[in-house]
Design a protein around this ligand. Structure first.
Ligand code: ADP
Ligand code: MG
Length: 238
């Protein structure tokens, strides 16, 4: 494979290795992962359960350290960021949708979605108004004042989406984003993700098992046995 132009990729993983545990219980999850997520593209990562998809996303997001190899995100080598710097970099540039939605139970849907803006120093009223507008785009206007425990799984997932997208991050990372959504909502969310999260300076990386949304991919990377086995253009694979 030709070396990619780093200017074209928001995420560049080279030879990434990661193991959990030590000695007899050591589990080598990633065995030299090479992956790119290009600007302006929606990249999907497919693979069986337990193949290390969440582990890889956590490394790219700077939440977990890799053992070997290099990870460059938006032009920054993650190994060279100090702890405090990494947190700020993440807050400013990366939006996540976690597999578990990780909503704060005591905050309403709109307040949850507004959290990144509040952390960035916005006034509460303006942050919540912005969150309401984005929730409305996601078909959640009527749920904006509800607490998470009153929301269905699919509704909670849409709040998690709103929280990830609200700062217009340059990189959006989603772990199984449509698993709790019905087909129509899943498509709507993917369309919104294309519209809201993609531009020539921005990229989206999605882990999924959901074959219903594969048509939205620009590029599909398949991981198993700790390495990327295949990368195809979205249209080829669909
Ligand atoms: N913090 C951890 N400690 C030990 N093992 C872990 C940890 N996180 C993940 N694993 C193991 O690593 C493997 C890959 O996990 P994961 O990345 O969650 O896979 P996927 O998201 O593809 O289903 C699994 O066998 C899992 O049990
Ligand atoms: Mg996972």
């Amino acid at each position: 494979m030709a070396e990619p132009d780093p200017g074209c990729a928001a995420v560049i993983c080279r030879g990434v290795e990661k193991a959990f545990g030590t000695g007899d219980v050591r589990l080598q999850v990633l065995r030299g992962v090479d992956l790119e997520a290009r600007y302006g593209e929606l990249t999907f990562l497919l693979g069986p359960s337990g193949s290390g998809k969440t582990t890889l996303l956590s490394i790219i997001a700077g939440l977990l350290k890799h053992d070997r190899g290099s990870v460059t995100v938006l032009g920054r080598d993650l190994a060279k960021l100090h702890n405090g710097e990494a947190a700020l970099f993440r807050l400013r540039n990366i939006g996540f949708v976690f597999q578990q939605f990780n909503l704060i139970p005591a905050l309403t849907a709109a307040e949850n979605a507004a959290v990144p803006l509040l952390a960035a120093g916005w006034k509460r009223k303006e942050a919540v108004a912005q969150a309401r507008a984005l929730l409305a785009d996601l078909g959640m206007a009527h749920r904006a004042d509800d607490l998470p425990n009153k929301l269905s799984g699919g509704e909670q997932q849409r709040v998690a989406f709103a929280r990830a997208l609200i700062q217009s991050p340059r990189l959006v990372i989603c772990d199984e984003p449509t698993s709790a959504l019905d087909g129509a909502t899943g498509r709507h969310v993917m369309e919104l993700l294309r519209k809201v999260a993609l531009s020539p300076e921005r990229a989206v990386l999605v882990v999924t098992h959901d074959f219903r949304i594969l048509e939205f991919a620009d590029r599909i990377a398949e991981i198993s046995d700790g390495v990327i086995q295949k990368v195809s253009q979205g249209k080829e694979a669909a």
